[in-house]
Design a protein around this ligand. Structure first.
Ligand code: PRP
Ligand code: URA
Length: 206
């Protein structure tokens, strides 16, 4: 399965501060933005470009610009919201869809509570969720976007567990995953180790 782990000194620096339990929500949000920006750049490295002739102040030049190809970013609420802005900042024409899923604290099973999606057929879809733990949320979200017509879906995460990667591979084989870290595994409560705790709580100070 294609799992791409971000390999950049700046990503390691940001992720270390993000993991630190003394990092407060305001800083946590800034670090999430910065790391998600690196992931947005990495996960869009193969999108299509086309030639464009322009004139520099000195001469004509055949440059390259992005081909018109509306991208769609779909955050899994609520924590995924912390990864949306880099996509909207870098790709002004991007469409945004929302899938609301919440893990039950006892069973760790995700419950769906919201879904609003733009047209997905023929578009590059970036499903963003910072934590890939058991993989239950990602599998549900992938099923939903595919049922809505998406055929090219990439999963973009900040911290992933091997169990979550395996679950995605089991139910949606071949899904491309971009992650800033692939951690050791899950604890008994299905939290990622070493992880960074509950991303949504740390992002929103809850
Ligand atoms: C977190 C996280 C993922 C999910 C991952 O969300 O943002 O969506 O858990 O766990 P899984 O791989 O085991 O499904 P949570 O359900 O805590 O909701 P929140 O984003 O509202 O905090
Ligand atoms: N969701 C989180 O926010 N953190 C984990 O470690 C697992 C699921």
């Amino acid at each position: 399965m294609p799992v791409h782990v971000l390999d950049h000194p700046l990503a390691a620096h940001i992720l270390t501060h993000l993991r630190d339990k003394t990092t407060k929500p305001a800083t946590f949000r800034t670090l999430s933005y910065q790391l998600s920006l690196l992931l947005a750049i990495e996960s869009t490295a193969d999108i299509e470009i086309e030639e464009k002739i322009i004139h520099t102040p000195l001469e004509a030049l055949t440059g390259h610009v992005l081909r018109h190809q509306p991208l769609v970013v779909v955050p899994i609420l609520r924590a995924g919201l912390g990864m949306v802005q880099p996509f909207t900042d870098m790709f002004p024409d991007v469409a945004v869809g929302y899938i609301g899923l919440e893990r039950d604290h006892e069973t760790a099973k995700a419950r769906s509570y919201y879904c609003k999606l733009p047209p997905l057929a023929g578009r590059h879809v970036f499903l963003v969720d910072p934590m890939l733990a058991t993989g239950g949320s990602a599998v549900q979200a992938l099923t939903v976007v595919k049922a809505q017509g998406a055929s090219d879906v990439r999963l973009v995460c900040i911290v992933s567990a091997p169990e979550g990667v395996a679950e995605v591979e089991k139910y949606h084989p071949g899904t491309v995953i971009h992650t800033a870290a692939l951690d050791r595994g899950l604890n008994a409560k299905k939290y990622i180790l070493p992880g960074l705790g509950d991303f949504g709580d740390r992002l929103y100070g809850t």
